[in-house]
Design a protein around this ligand. Structure first.
Ligand code: CAA
Length: 283
């Protein structure tokens, strides 16, 4: 199946990055969110990130303008009805994702591929609540989407080969690299990355090091581009906690127990960069 028009549900940091890379690769993109403010903010972010690519001579000004012209926004899920591929990039909550699919499905063409950018939730379970488990897949982009090379492709138990191969081709068209992961909690990247971040929070909690010394140790001692606490702030502490809970519940092993300090920060509303406060203060 040829994919030409792509619908994205959720205009947050993942949704706007996904819209950016699809539009640059020549796809028509419709972005949906529940607030006009979120849509306007997404277009402003995409414009700023495309401008940055122009100023660094990664793309021409003409390419930026063509990409922006390919993006439309809407508050109505029905407007995704004529798309060939839908990527759900809403909040990392299963009830929210299920509710979106329930409202969206009556409007979709039968052949439309439905995907979720979930970073941890079971694809098989999400798919089972839809009318097309064979055309449902996990399509997991990394943040910041325009920069990160990897896309995880996760097949649910019922996903058919044609859907998988169509998405492999899409990833190739985006100029990115696909890694296939089996459908187990948090797949590959977050199965490995989140316990490391959680361990960094334990290291802070137990007083082994300060925020600065933990991050500097991993940047200068292990050549990570960001320290784990800085990265947690970048991803969002609520997302980190949600993924640790999925690992803990799904694999029933205490080694995935979320650090109480991570829970406390989330309860305080200190979610990282997006709330101006996390392990660092951005105010
Ligand atoms: N859009 C477009 N370009 C962007 C961008 C964006 N949003 N953000 C950064 N860039 C570009 C910059 O323009 C710059 O380009 P050049 O190389 O051409 O100069 C390049 O990326 C590097 O950016 P900066 O110079 O501003 O800053 P940096 O060198 O500190 O890099 C970073 C920033 C790319 C974010 C780097 O710190 C990094 O790789 N951090 C780790 C990110 C990471 O681990 N992401 C995965 C998170 S896990 C995940 O996403 C999965 C999940 O489910 C939670």
């Amino acid at each position: 199946m040829e994919i030409k028009k792509v619908g994205i549900v959720g205009a947050g940091q993942m949704g706007n990055g996904i819209a950016h890379v699809f539009a640059l690769a020549g796809y028509d993109v419709v972005v949906n969110d529940i607030s006009q403010e979120a849509l306007d903010k997404a277009v402003a972010t995409i414009t700023r990130n495309l401008d940055r690519q122009v100023s660094r001579e990664k793309i021409t000004a003409e390419k930026r303008d063509t990409a922006l012209a390919r993006i439309t926004t809407t508050l109505q899920l029905e407007d995704l009805g004529q798309t060939d591929l839908v990527i759900e990039a809403a909040t990392e909550r299963e009830d929210v994702k299920n509710a979106i699919f329930e409202r969206l499905l009556p409007h979709l063409k039968p052949e439309t591929i439905l995907t979720s950018n979930t970073s941890s939730i079971s694809i098989t379970r999400l798919a089972s609540r839809t009318d097309r488990p064979e055309k449902f897949m996990g399509f997991h982009f990394m943040n910041p989407v325009p920069v990160m090379q990897l896309v995880e492709l996760i097949r649910g138990i019922a996903t058919d080969e044609a859907t998988y191969h169509t998405l492999l081709k899409v990833v190739e068209n985006l100029g990115k690299t696909a890694a296939s992961a089996e459908d187990f909690p948090a797949f590959i990247v977050n199965r490995i990355l989140m316990p490391m971040i959680n361990e960094a929070v334990y290291t802070l909690y137990e007083g082994v090091g300060s925020v600065k010394s933990i991050d500097e140790s991993m940047k200068l001692g292990a050549n990570h581009p960001m320290g784990p606490l800085e990265l947690a702030d970048f991803i969002g502490l609520d997302t980190c906690l949600a993924i640790m809970n999925v690992l803990h519940d799904g694999l029933a092993d205490t080694k995935y127990r979320p650090c109480p300090l991570l829970t406390k920060y989330v309860e305080a509303g200190w979610l990282g960069r997006k709330t101006q406060r996390g392990f660092y203060d951005y105010r």
